[in-house]
Design a protein around this ligand. Structure first.
Ligand SMILES: Nc1ncnc2c1ncn2[C@@H]1O[C@H](COP(=O)(O)OP(=O)(O)OP(=O)(O)O)[C@@H](O)[C@H]1O
Ligand SMILES: [Mg+2]
Length: 459
């Protein structure tokens, strides 16, 4: 049973750290041991441990903060504080802040095993009661976007700054990374919020109708134009126009769009009257626009006109530490919509699978996976591995903390790592019968990166 339990030890005293780690490994626990609170917090952002066993007094970030960070990320985690005699009062205070136990130093190893077993048992009971629904803190949100990774916090700062200006914005990113949500966030955080946010997906409207959709027409301008009609630019006046999939627009229409952006005025199709407009444009694409420019499919001048402020949304696999927060966000939102509303938790093993997976469909795919899990869960109040989509079920092995010990004589690190990479790549290729696209997904890489690595790593 213990072999499925992942435990993080945080202890600055080397001898105690190492003996405790070794003995827990002997008892079948999967152990990662670190010497500082800083390292602990970093590990926690990458991996969903079951237990964090921390010293209270640590140089730098102390045990209390480590526990806080752990519980905030994973309400399911078991916290155990090791504390010297005389600091029991502090320990009690640390415990009050979250679900934690404590053990006083020096302790017999059996005492620790006992505390551990009872804490794990308590967690099991507690999960069955769905004990905790943590609030997402405001500091990890910007409008509808949530995220705590460095990339997302930088994005929030950028969105905040951009909201205050009226410059044109180009949002780029893979499918499902939140491009539209980011555009809405800018609008709602700007002074234009009292006016409309108008979205137009350029690839969803037939080319022949797109021009009229954008600029409007007068009655009789063409067959089917039975009445005067305002275009999206006019409707968005004083607000924001979101041009989605802008890379699919024809070169002819691109020229017209450029003119409107430059002159800030337009004529409806079939009309001679010029209309002034005050619209902020936010464009989005998951195509490689510079490449389209090179290929002559996208006007270079329009590209520069749109790309005044570029905002790139990172793929989910490059910010896995956001996954627990996003999962909680979706679980909270979706489970509250059900009747009766339920308090639902997620097991650490299910969380590990989700953190290890490559998410080619990014946040939209994650959201769908959570929705599916809740539906499959029925009346249950806990999401477990069995509720996850099939492609996640074998994703865990890759991100388990690798238990590598430094050989006495040291290693050649680059060669050693190349060896590990080679091993995992060949496993991925085996599992997918040599399908590079799917193997790349299993490894959380782009296909081109995988191909490049295969070439470079060939022994
Ligand atoms: N940071 C985030 N926090 C919470 N929800 C998010 C976040 N990013 C995206 N989502 C959700 O994920 C889904 C996809 O987001 P969105 O439609 O904005 O993606 P997109 O980049 O426009 O995708 P596509 O390229 O396929 O159009 C939406 O339901 C959105 O609410
Ligand atoms: Mg979109």
């Amino acid at each position: 049973m213990a072999q499925d339990i992942y435990l993080l030890i945080v202890e600055d005293e080397a001898a105690l750290r190492e003996t405790t780690a070794e003995r827990l490994v002997d008892h079948g626990y999967q152990v990662v041991a670190v010497a500082s609170g800083e390292e602990a917090v970093e590990r926690l952002s990458e991996f969903a441990f079951d237990v964090v066993l921390t010293d209270l007094r640590l140089p730098g970030i102390d045990g209390r903060e480590v526990l806080g960070a752990a519980i905030e990320r994973y309400p399911e985690i078991v916290g155990i504080v090791m504390t010297g005699f005389g600091t029991v009062k502090d320990a009690v205070e640390a415990i009050k802040r979250g679900a934690a136990e404590f053990i006083t130093k020096p302790f017999q190893f059996d005492q620790l095993l006992h505390v551990l077993a009872s804490a794990l048992e308590q967690r099991r009971l507690r999960s069955e009661n769905a004990y905790l629904r943590s609030q997402l803190e405001d500091r990890y949100r910007f409008e509808g976007l949530v995220g705590r990774s460095r990339q997302m916090r930088e994005l929030f700062d950028l969105l905040e700054t951009v909201s205050a200006s009226t410059s044109t914005v180009l949002v780029t990113g893979e499918t499902g990374t939140g491009k539209e949500l980011a555009a809405r966030a800018i609008h709602h955080n700007s002074r234009r919020r009292a006016h409309r946010f108008v979205a137009l997906n350029c690839s969803a409207v037939p080319e022949t109708l797109l021009e009229a959709e954008l600029f409007g027409h007068v009655r009789g301008a063409y067959t089917g134009a039975v009445a005067n009609r305002a275009g999206r630019f006019e409707i968005a006046d004083r607000g924001t126009l979101f041009l989605d999939e802008v890379g699919t627009m024809s070169v002819a229409l691109q020229a017209k769009l450029l003119r409107v952006l430059q002159e800030r005025e337009l004529e409806r199709i079939g009309d001679t009257r010029t209309i002034k407009i005050d619209v902020r444009v936010i464009a989005a694409t998951n195509a490689d626009l510079p490449q389209l420019v090179q290929d002559g499919l996208f006007r270079e001048d329009l590209y520069y006109r749109l790309n005044v402020i570029p905002i790139g949304l990172p793929p989910l696999r490059e910010r896995r530490e956001d996954i627990p927060l996003l999962v909680r966000h979706f679980v909270n939102r979706l489970s509250q919509q059900q009747t009766p509303a339920r308090e639902v938790t997620v097991t650490q093993e299910a969380m590990r699978r989700m953190m290890a997976y490559g998410w080619p469909g990014n946040i939209r795919q994650l959201e769908n996976a959570v929705e599916r899990a809740l539906a499959l869960g029925g009346e249950r109040t806990q999401i477990d591995v069995e509720d996850l989509p099939p492609e996640l079920k074998n994703s865990a092995a890759l991100e388990q903390p690798v238990a590598v010990t430094l050989p006495d004589g040291g290693v050649e690190l680059p060669a050693f790592i190349a060896n590990i990479e080679r091993g995992l790549i060949s496993q991925a290729l085996n599992e997918t019968d040599g399908n590079k696209q799917r193997a790349a997904q299993l490894l959380g890489l782009k296909r081109t990166t995988l191909v490049e690595k295969v070439r470079r790593l060939r022994p």
